[in-house]
Design a protein around this ligand. Structure first.
Ligand code: FAD
Length: 288
């Protein structure tokens, strides 16, 4: 099994306590030498300023390669591109470009009257600037808005053709889900990097609700395993074992990059990375 290259997703903190938690998360995970870390953009564009500040602070003070998420929701084209420009001015040239979801309870995505209609338009506009390395989302389980069995693959192809360099997938619970999607992508001529998104399950009830909202299929065996583990207070042990097993199967199947949804809680992600052989990088001056 190869040792994977890893990356981590964080969300921007909304208060002082959350800022400390993000900082702790960065301290715990940065020694694992991630390829990049990304910072989400709240549903409905709600964390626009927080995302910008967190991205700029992480870029300046952590020494990590930072990617900023950017969505098209609730903003005109000019506003969205101005935010991208602010990222570039701060020295951040990696963007995860998404159509995005509206805030909870607001129904489906509606285009702003002067805004981008979809992710492809956003990717094209970002690519036209020539300033960004653009990553995009991909959906191994069917996205709730997919119109047919292959529409997520067809749409991903359009996003790659528009200028994306890599796709990060939504989380999924079984390795075969990813492998089937990877095969379909290859058949459609997508030869760009397809990096599995991994959700370490800190809290099964929360993860199950999240999965239902995203369209991620929940296998019965997984639900049964967590129901039993929760009765015996063994949820943490099970979460580590299940996540490590999923990652190992992916690596055995030829995957060499993993993207972890950390939810700003570093321990489980760190334990899984250690189990996969990702060792902390210690600088020589700290050893001497
Ligand atoms: P797209 O890929 O554009 O669309 C999703 C699917 O819908 C497509 O695969 C296709 O089947 C269908 N579809 C959409 N538009 C069309 C069209 N015009 N024609 C035909 N089919 C279409 N959300 C946030 O709000 N903030 C974040 O920071 C954030 N980060 C994310 C990071 C990753 C890695 C992923 C996978 C998702 C993230 N999301 C985030 C969630 C994402 O915004 C939602 O899943 C949203 O519903 C789709 O955004 P997208 O750009 O991936 O969509």
């Amino acid at each position: 099994m190869t040792t994977p290259e890893i990356s981590f997703e964080f969300f921007p903190p909304q208060n002082l306590e959350a800022s400390f938690r993000l900082w702790d998360t960065v301290q715990v995970l940065s020694p694992l030498d991630p390829r990049f870390v990304s910072v989400t953009y709240g549903a409905g564009g709600t964390t626009r300023d927080l995302t910008r500040d967190a991205v700029a602070t992480l870029h300046k003070s952590s020494g990590l390669n930072v990617a900023a998420h950017l969505t098209c929701v609730n903003a005109s084209r000019a506003e969205t591109l101005a935010i991208a420009d602010q990222f570039a001015s701060a020295g951040v040239n990696d963007i995860v470009a998404l159509r995005g979801d509206p805030p909870k309870g607001a129904g489906g995505f509606t285009q702003h009257e002067d805004g981008f209609a979809n992710s492809v338009e956003l990717i094209e506009a970002l690519a036209d600037t020539g300033k960004f390395n653009i990553r995009v989302g991909a959906y191994p389980d069917r996205h709730p808005e997919a119109t047919g069995p292959d529409s997520d693959v067809d749409w991903l192809k359009r996003k790659i053709d528009a200028g994306a360099s890599e796709a990060l997938t939504q989380f999924f619970f079984e390795a075969d889900t990813f492998f089937r999607f990877r095969d379909k992508c290859a058949k459609a001529g997508i030869d760009h990097v397809l990096t599995p998104g991994i959700l370490p399950i800190e809290n099964w009830k929360g993860a199950r609700n999240f999965a239902r909202r995203c369209g991620t299929v929940i296998p019965q065996w997984l639900d049964d395993a967590f129901e039993t583990a929760m009765r015996d207070s063994r949820e943490d042990l099970l979460a580590t074992a299940i996540c490590t097993e999923l990652c190992s199967e992916l690596l055995d199947g030829g995957v060499d990059k993993l993207h972890f949804y950390t939810m700003n809680r570093p321990e489980l992600t760190r334990d899984v990375c250690h189990a996969l052989g990702v060792a902390p990088k210690v600088s020589l001056e700290n050893v001497a």
